[in-house]
Design a protein. Structure first.
Length: 258
């Protein structure tokens, strides 16, 4: 239950702060370079905060694609994976719901946007389906390479949360104008569901932001399986072990053996 609560809170914070920055920062007529960096920083810095805040409880996945990568890499159980995904989706929905309530109190009103992801004519840079799909797969893959790489034995453990957050900022800067940057099925599903009444197109397109990140995460996880192309030579201990040096987001912590 502690892991589920941690994942719920972490994903709630990511959607509320990250998507909140996108909504508030996007109230101008055109996204500026400063606005784009601010949105990217909001997502990345929230990841940093949550990595150090809940990392020792759940590993701070707060993203089904991360959990899938960790599962494929052999660092968590299937039962934990299911628990994490449920908690993440519920946290994202709750975060989007709170953001909706906050924005509903704006005196001049707003267009119903909750930081939903999308593609095509009328959405940000108006990139097509192929561009959106490629960006989400590759972006998620690179994100997971960082996460799974910096959490192997021998990596600078204390800096893992910072490295992961900075990587997320960089990927946002690359492709925010392509899809609004998801890399996270829960982050897309929450705003799409809560905002379906005003932005139905986002819900119709949300499948891409579920499928593409999961593909990217699974590919990265496969490369980090024991004996995989990117797996460190040293065996990775379980979280919570007496001599474990695994950092936040590396795995799902397990109970100490008696």
């Amino acid at each position: 239950m502690k892991k589920a609560i941690a994942e719920f809170i972490g994903t709630f914070a990511l959607v509320l702060v990250g998507c909140g920055a996108a909504v508030i920062g996007g109230l101008g007529s055109e996204p500026s370079a400063i606005a784009i960096f601010g949105i990217a920083a909001a997502f990345g810095l929230t990841i940093v905060a949550m990595a150090y805040g809940i990392g020792q409880v759940s590993g701070c996945h707060i993203n089904p694609a991360v959990s899938l990568g960790v599962l494929v890499a052999g660092r968590m159980s299937q039962s934990d994976f299911i628990t994490y995904v449920i908690a993440q989706v519920l946290g994202a929905i709750a975060g989007a719901a709170v953001l909706y309530l906050v924005m509903s109190g704006k005196a001049s009103g707003w267009d119903g946007g909750l930081g939903q992801n999308g593609w095509g004519p009328g959405y940000l840079g108006e990139f097509n389906l192929t561009s959106a799909f490629l960006y989400e797969v590759i972006g998620t893959f690179l994100f997971l390479v960082c996460i799974l790489g910096v959490t192997q034995r021998g990596a600078p453990v204390g800096l893992a949360g910072l490295a992961i957050g900075l990587t997320l900022i960089a990927i946002h800067l690359w492709g925010l104008m392509i899809t609004g940057t998801s890399l996270n099925p829960a982050r897309s599903l929450g705003p799409a569901l809560i905002g379906a009444g005003t932005k139905p197109a986002a819900l119709a397109q949300v499948w891409l932001f579920i499928v593409a990140p999961l593909i990217g995460g699974a590919i990265a996880g496969f490369l980090f399986k024991p004996g995989g192309a990117l797996a460190a030579d040293d065996e990775i201990p379980s979280r919570g072990g007496a001599k474990s040096d695994i950092a936040p987001a590396a795995s799902a912590p397990r109970k100490r053996s008696s």
